[in-house]
Design a protein around this ligand. Structure first.
Ligand SMILES: C[S@@+](CC[C@H](N)C(=O)[O-])C[C@H]1O[C@@H](n2cnc3c(N)ncnc32)[C@H](O)[C@@H]1O
Length: 207
């Protein structure tokens, strides 16, 4: 049984977070479907509207079991999809879905340099776990093509707590805000989240 209180309040260190998602991996997709988690679908639909063409290479940071990758592939079936996460067990589930061309066990705060740049980088449902926003944004900037896109979701309650407007302001010479959604329900059928916790979807473009 997943401790959903800790999802609201935070899990703790990276090691504890990894263990938490490793232990949850087998039931994650089923639980999230029960909680009516539609953010991956909404993000994919937004990209369909906002992007002029199919992204050739996509990096899905904190890809987990591949819920966002799965939605993205339904729209962009020719894209090469790369994924990374700290939870090995979640990556194994993602691998079984055969939607990712490459999967790496790595933290999004660690600079990982690929041999090419990506057209699109995503971080869906995982901004909660970022300890150092500058490290994440530097990582994304390094791996993104000029005019490439960065899409992510972030909780409204944590947005205020993290002073996230300041984070975006700090990065305004690197990324232009292309879209900022209204607050959307995050996990509508989970009693701890329901109408209390909402998220925004943000689309940035690299200058
Ligand atoms: C709520 S899940 C979201 C997974 C997927 N993006 C989705 O929408 O279903 C959060 C994911 O973030 C991953 N995660 C947490 N901290 C991380 C870190 N520092 N680096 C990479 N992944 C991390 C977890 O292992 C987990 O798979």
């Amino acid at each position: 049984m997943t401790n959903t209180k800790s999802l609201v309040l935070g899990i703790g260190s990276q090691e504890l977070t990894k263990k938490f998602y490793d232990n949850w991996s087998n039931d994650y997709d089923r639980t999230l479907a029960d909680w009516n988690y539609k953010i991956p679908l909404k993000c994919a639909n937004l990209l369909k509207i906002k992007l002029k063409c199919e992204p050739r290479r996509v990096l899905d940071l904190a890809c987990g079991t591949g819920l966002f990758g799965n939605e993205l592939k339904k729209i962009y079936n020719q894209s090469n999809l790369y994924g990374s996460d700290i939870s090995n067990a979640s990556l194994l589930i993602a691998k079984q879905k055969k939607i990712y061309d490459n999967l790496k066990c790595s933290s999004f705060e660690k600079i990982v340099k690929y041999n090419f740049k990506f057209d699109l980088i995503s971080l869906i449902g995982a901004m909660t776990y970022v300890n150092n926003f500058n490290k994440l944004f530097d990582n994304v900037y390094l791996n993104l093509k000029l005019k490439g896109y960065f899409i992510f979701s972030h909780r409204i309650d944590l947005w205020k707590q993290n002073n996230f407007d300041k984070v975006l302001l700090h990065n305004e010479n690197k990324f232009k805000v292309k879209y900022k959604s209204r607050p959307i329900l995050y996990l509508p059928s989970n009693s701890d989240f329901q109408k209390k916790i909402k998220v925004r979807i943000i689309l940035l473009q690299k200058y």
